[in-house]
Design a binder for this molecule. Structure first.
Ligand code: NCD
Length: 359
């Protein structure tokens, strides 16, 4: 068994992402949620099944009362030092559905970090009061380091990475998979589909995490459509080649639309510009979806977006039955509830209730 408490930070840090994965799931289920690379297809299926069960149970008053008791003995800390609306609220809602009490730090200028406290010490303080820490940070790899640190302290509190730097957004990627599973339920599932990513692929962490998860499915082809300056990184291309995945790069969105089964749109991540305004100089006019582009798409295709959007999807597109981004957002709440229940070993209790009550 791979245990974070058995390995030094230096040795752990030096491992490849795929080697790190099992350390976050030592018993075969999530102890922390840190990297996309910790999820096998089997785990994605189990989390999807549990998310659906929670979603169905929540439809009745009695079901909601049951869910409220699942983690009513636990407290969660939401530590978001980077802007967030939906991920933050989605975790609030997920934790509340399971009856958890919540604490939050969103503005570090109001916390002891402003007085010079390190993030390590802040997280250690949270672990004294809370049973789960959900964190978002602009520092790549921070959640990973915190999970190692807490696993080597007297109070091993689970960490969920709600977005770290430009590198990872594992909970978003799992909810994206859940959305694809649901969208392709009647058309043979995710296997064999062609997924087209569009936008700022260089700096979008959701694409990086999802691209890896899709390698778990058979014969999925990945297409990356972006202006040259924002194309997907070499590391992802190498990861796909090593996994034997068919992929291609393009700058022609209209040319790719007719063969796409899912279009995953993203915004320009200009908060990462080295000089303010750098990405405003890039011509992104042909990387957006409007009513004309819809005409080119398959009837059974789906349009996704992690949100927030800017101009890359025209609001008129929202009314098209292929636009699933609002449903995708709501799926996030169920998936995050499923992850939280699993971290605390409550998955079987929920599934049994679901079975008994026809959910
Ligand atoms: C994404 C993020 O924070 O990486 N948002 C989200 O969590 N849904 C995407 C983005 O900000 O563009």
């Amino acid at each position: 068994m791979s245990l974070l408490s058995d390995i030094s930070w230096d040795d752990f840090e030096g491992l490849a992402l795929l080697e790190k994965g099992p350390f976050f799931c030592p018993d075969g289920r999530e102890a922390h949620v840190i990297l996309a690379q910790q999820f096998t297809r089997e785990r994605l299926d189990s989390l999807g099944e549990l998310a659906t069960c929670i979603r169905r149970i929540s439809k009745t008053h009695d079901g909601m009362d049951f869910l409220q008791g699942v983690l009513s003995h636990k407290r969660a800390m939401l530590y978001f030092s980077q802007p967030s609306t939906r991920t933050f609220l989605s975790f609030c809602a997920a934790c509340e559905i399971l009856g958890m009490k919540l604490g939050e730090v969103r503005d570090t200028s109001m916390s002891s970090e402003f007085k010079g406290e390190s993030q390590e010490d802040s997280v250690r303080s949270f672990s004294s009061y809370f049973d789960l820490i959900v964190m978002r940070s602009k520092i790549g790899g921070l959640a990973e380091r915190m999970a190692w640190m807490l696993s080597n302290s007297e109070r091993t509190v689970p960490i969920i990475n709600a977005g770290s730097g430009k590198d990872q957004h594992p909970t978003q990627a799992v909810l994206d998979i859940y959305t694809l599973q649901r969208s392709f339920e009647k058309t043979g599932g995710i296997d064999g589909k062609r997924i087209v990513f569009v936008g700022d692929l260089l700096r979008g962490r959701t694409v990086r995490s999802l691209s890896f998860l899709l390698t778990q499915y058979r014969d999925v082809e990945q297409v990356f459509v972006a202006p040259d300056q924002l194309q997907i990184g070499e590391d992802i291309q190498q990861m796909l080649s090593a996994a034997g995945v068919k992929f291609s790069l393009s700058d022609d969105l209209r040319g790719e639309l007719p063969n796409a089964d899912a279009i995953y749109m993203t915004r320009i991540q200009d908060e990462w510009d080295e000089k303010g305004g750098d990405s405003a100089k890039i011509d992104i006019s042909s990387f957006s979806l409007g009513l004309d582009e819809l005409e080119l798409m398959k009837q059974a295709a789906v349009i996704m977006h992690p949100l927030p959007r800017r101009t890359e999807i025209a609001p008129e597109v929202d009314h098209d039955s292929r636009a699933v981004y609002w449903r995708q957002m709501r799926n996030g709440m169920w998936v995050r509830a499923a992850m939280s229940a699993t971290i605390f070993g409550k998955q079987d209790m929920v599934l049994e209730y679901g079975e008994m009550h026809g959910a």
